[in-house]
Every structure is written in C-alpha cells, then in structure tokens.
Design a protein around this ligand. Structure first.
Ligand SMILES: C[S@@+](CC[C@H](N)C(=O)[O-])C[C@H]1O[C@@H](n2cnc3c(N)ncnc32)[C@H](O)[C@@H]1O
Length: 263
C-alpha cells in the first residue's frame, strides 16, 4: 500500500472507478497504480483518492484527462522501428503465404499510430487488396483521436519520408492520415480484461498495454489471444514484454517477441 492511500480509500476509489468506467483495478498491479495515482492526487491537493475522483467526475475534460493518465496512452507510428521492419519483411510475408487477405487486431491501439502503421505496410505490400484491421482500446476519448487520425511531427518521426508524402497530408503543422489508409481500419471500444474476444485473427499486436496488469491478468489475456488467433497466427508483444511461460499457454516462439499458435 502506498503511504498516501489507506485501504478504505483505495477500496472506495476502485469501486467508484469500476462503476463509472468498468476499469477493474484489481486486475492491475496495485503498488504501481497507487504510486501513479498518488502523484496526481497530491499534485492536485486532494486529501484522498476518492475525493479526487469525485472532483474529476464533475468535469468532462478533467475526467477524460484523468482516464488518459490512468491508461497511459503514449504511442507513435512505427514504434520500435526495428521490430516493425521484422514485421514487414518476415512475419507478414510468412502469414500471407497461407492467408493472402489478413485479419489483424491492434489491441490497445491508443491514438491509432499502431493500426495506421500496419495499414501503410499492407498498402505498400498489396495496393489492391483490402485487409481488415481491428483497432481497439478501453479509452473512448483516445479512440476519438485515433479515428480523427491527425498527428504531431514527433508522433510520426519514425515514418520514412516516402510514406509521409504518400500517406499523410500536412495541415497547419499537423499531419493527417489519408482516407485510403483509414478505410480498412475498424475502431472499437473493447476492454481486454472484461469483454468477449473475436476469433479468426492472423496477427494480433498487443504492445505496451500490459505493463501494469497483474501476472494472472496477463496469463488470462494471452490465453484469450491464443483462442482468438487462427492456427498458425502470430501474437506480437512489446519490446519489454516477452512472455516467459509461452509454452504453458500453448504458443511456440516464432522470433523474439512474436509468438505463434501452432498450426
Ligand atoms: C501505451 S498505449 C500503447 C499503444 C500502442 N499499442 C503502442 O505500443 O504504441 C497503452 C494503451 O492500452 C490501453 N489499455 C490499457 N488497459 C486496457 C484494457 N484493459 N483494455 C484495452 N485497452 C487497454 C490504454 O488505454 C492505452 O491506450
């Protein structure tokens, strides 16, 4: 328990948050979440988590900002570009040998940089084929930003100049994704720790999402992803999120950070 929050305040805060947002903090690592929220509550000068929560609930913008802080939405195009190179040059060609039209899921897509990066890769590879990309996140506000598809220069800094001129339009110092890149993406609100999963995916990306999930919640999530993948399908995780017990969950390791549901 963090020094700042008492057991009863934590319980009350968790219950209020769950009722309003369906976010169940029992599935997240308590010390890390408490530390993170304490910083915010102290900075805002409130005596308890619960009092702070009551305050942010009164204003739509404050509430959205709080949820954004809680869920950590940091993202960028082609994040960890060496892994995206591997995805583009090895994993996707491999998957397309068996399934020319791919069904892909960007789970925890945040501002949309990840699904749009994927869409650009697929457009370059197969300009006349329409693949499907499902992009989901828990946070409704961030999904609105994702759908709008407008970014700062720093969010697209890892994009090649060729892709930038081919797929983005500059408007007042910002960069908007072209409709042809948007058209294959389906945005949806989805809670990875609660909602039902679709099945039949060739590729699932879940990167930089599980950082604060408990070990049990992660195991449960990876088991659900296993069921959501087609046999032979691949799960791509974040650069610090290697799945240590992947064998027990039924996966084989295709390459570091890429796990396969066996054929
Ligand atoms: C740091 S961003 C990662 C974005 C992108 N995948 C990347 O690697 O750049 C983490 C995202 O996970 C989302 N998230 C956290 N918990 C979630 C949950 N239980 N279900 C769905 N999304 C969740 C957050 O809202 C946030 O947008």
């Amino acid at each position: 328990m963090s020094e700042f929050v008492t057991d009863s305040d934590w319980a009350e805060f968790k219950s209020k948050l769950k009722n309003k947002t369906e976010i169940d903090l029992d599935l997240y690592k308590a010390p890390q979440m408490q530390r993170r929220i304490s910083n915010l509550v102290k900075r805002a000068g409130f005596p308890s988590f619960s009092a702070y929560f009551d305050h942010v609930c009164k204003n739509k913008d404050d509430f959205a900002e709080f949820i954004e802080y809680l869920t950590i939405n940091v993202s960028e195009f082609f994040r960890n570009s060496d892994r995206f190179d591997q995805l583009e040059n090895d994993i996707i060609p491999y998957l397309m040998e068996r399934s020319p039209k791919l069904n892909i899921w960007s789970a925890g897509c945040s501002i949309g940089a990840e699904p749009y990066s994927l869409s650009m890769i697929m457009k370059d590879k197969t300009p006349n084929m329409k693949h499907r990309i499902l992009a989901s996140d828990l946070d409704i506000e961030i999904l609105a930003k994702a759908k709008a598809g407008v970014y700062s220069a720093s969010e697209i800094k890892a994009m090649t100049p060729e892709r930038k001129s081919k797929y983005m339009v500059e408007q007042d110092g910002k960069f908007a994704v072209k409709p042809e890149i948007k058209s294959c993406i389906e945005f949806k609100r989805h809670n990875l720790l609660k909602d039902k999963f679709e099945t039949g995916f060739d590729l699932i990306l879940c990167r930089n999402v599980v950082i604060y999930f408990t070990e049990e919640a992660k195991d449960q999530l990876y088991a659900h992803f296993f069921e959501a993948l087609k046999p032979g399908g691949i799960l791509f995780v974040g650069a610090t999120e290697a799945i240590l017990n992947f064998r027990r969950l039924g996966y084989t390791s295709y390459k570091p950070f890429f796990y396969q549901r066996p054929l």
